[in-house]
Design a protein around this ligand. Structure first.
Ligand SMILES: [Zn+2]
Length: 341
C-alpha cells in the first residue's frame, strides 16, 4: 500500500512542480512534500511501526523518492530562476540599434542676435544695459517725454491703451524717464525691448517690434559727442567704410533732433536695391535731450546736457541679413530662424 502512496506522491510532486511558475511557488511544493509536515516526511515517520525487513525495503524506496523529488526541485529552481532573469532582461532591454528620437535644440532668434550685437558695441563704449516694463504709464510714455497733449501718436488709433493712464509702450524712450528719475548723472545707458503700436502687419510694419534706446547725460555733452558715438556704432555694425550723415528732424523729447543716415554698406553709395538707388540708408533717430525731459528727473540743466537715440532692431536685422519681410521674424519657422543661429 505504501508503494502506491509513494508513486502517488511522486506523480503529485511532478504535477505540482510543472505548474509552479516562480521560485516562491516551487518552494511551496518543496514544503508540501519534504517539509516537516510534508507528505513524504509523514511516510518516513510512520515506518517506525513496521517490521525490520519491511522498514528496510520501504525505507530505500522512500529515500529514492526523496532523492527524485529533490532532483526535480533543483531542476525546477534553476528553470524558474532562468525564466525570471529572462523576463527581467526583456523588460529592461535597450535596443542600441534603434534610431533615437530627434531632439530639436532650436537656434537663437535673429532679433535676439541683433540686440546682442548692438548691445556689445555700446557696452564696449562704456554704456550699460537697462530694461523697462512693456506696460507703461501715459506719463512715462508721453507726458514726461514732452509730447504735446494733442500729439497724434497719443490717439487710440495709434496706441494700445490698457486704461486711461496705462498703455503698451509705443517706444523704448520711457526707459529714459525711468533712468533719469532713478539715477544722477553721469548716465550712460542703452535699453533694448519690445514696443507696440496699432498697425496692420505688412512687409515693413508690425504691431509689435523692437527698439534699442540710448541715453547719455553728463557735463559738457555736445552734438559732436552724439555724432561721434553713433558714427562709431554704424562703422562697427555695418563695416569700417560706411559714412554717416545727420539730417534735421523733429522729436518732442530732443532738441535739436536729427535722423542719421549711413552710406549704403552694400554698394558703397553708388545705388543698389538695398538703398533703393539713393546710396544712403536711414538708420536711427537722435538728438540732444530736451531740457523739459531732463527737468522731469530734477537734473540741473545749467550743468548737464545729454543726447538720446533710438533705433529699430528689425530694420537693422533686415538690412544686415537681407531679410525682406518683417513678418518672417514672428512666424517662428525654424527653417528661417536656423539660418541665423
Ligand atoms: Zn546701396
Amino acid at each position: 500500500m505504501q508503494n502506491t502512496q509513494l508513486r502517488d506522491i511522486l506523480r503529485d510532486a511532478k504535477a505540482q512542480l510543472d505548474k509552479a511558475e516562480s521560485r516562491v511557488e516551487t518552494d511551496e511544493v518543496r514544503v508540501r512534500f519534504l517539509g516537516k509536515k510534508g507528505r513524504l516526511t509523514e511516510i518516513l515517520r510512520s515506518m517506525g511501526s513496521l517490521g525490520a525487513e519491511e522498514r528496510k525495503r520501504l525505507g530505500k524506496l522512500a529515500n529514492d523518492a526523496r532523492i527524485e523529488i529533490e532532483g526535480m526541485l533543483a531542476r525546477k529552481f534553476e528553470a524558474v530562476k532562468a525564466a525570471e532573469h529572462a523576463l527581467r532582461f526583456q523588460a529592461e532591454a535597450v535596443d542600441v540599434t534603434e534610431p533615437g528620437t530627434e531632439f530639436c535644440i532650436g537656434a537663437k532668434h535673429p532679433i535676439t542676435i541683433t540686440i546682442e550685437e548692438i548691445s556689445r558695441i555700446f557696452l564696449h563704449m562704456g554704456f550699460s544695459v537697462t530694461e523697462g516694463p512693456e506696460v507703461e504709464t501715459v506719463f512715462n510714455n508721453f507726458d514726461a517725454l514732452n509730447a504735446a497733449p494733442n500729439h497724434p501718436s497719443r490717439e487710440r488709433t495709434d496706441t494700445f491703451y490698457i486704461t486711461d493712464d496705462t498703455l503698451l509702450r509705443t517706444q523704448t524712450s520711457p526707459v529714459q524717464v525711468r533712468t533719469l528719475l532713478a539715477q544722477a548723472p553721469p548716465i550712460k545707458v542703452i535699453s533694448p525691448g519690445r514696443c507696440f503700436r496699432v498697425d496692420t502687419a505688412d512687409a515693413t510694419h508690425s504691431p509689435m517690434f523692437h527698439q534699442v534706446e540710448g541715453l547719455l547725460v553728463d557735463e559738457d555733452v555736445t552734438m559732436a559727442d552724439l555724432k561721434g558715438t553713433l558714427d562709431v556704432f554704424a562703422k562697427r555694425m555695418f563695416g569700417a567704410e560706411v559714412r554717416t550723415r545727420f539730417r534735421p528732424h523733429f522729436f518732442p523729447f530732443t532738441e535739436p533732433s536729427a535722423e542719421m543716415d549711413m552710406s549704403c554698406f552694400k554698394c558703397g553709395g553708388e545705388g543698389c536695391r538695398v538703398c533703393k538707388g539713393g546710396g544712403w540708408i536711414e538708420i536711427l533717430g537722435c538728438g540732444m535731450v530736451h531740457p523739459n525731459v531732463l527737468r522731469v528727473g530734477k537734473i540741473d540743466t545749467e550743468r548737464y546736457t545729454g543726447f538720446a537715440f533710438g533705433m529699430g532692431v528689425e530694420r537693422i536685422a533686415m538690412l544686415r541679413r537681407g531679410i525682406e519681410d518683417i513678418r518672417l521674424f514672428y512666424e517662428n519657422d525654424m527653417r528661417f530662424i536656423e539660418q541665423f543661429g
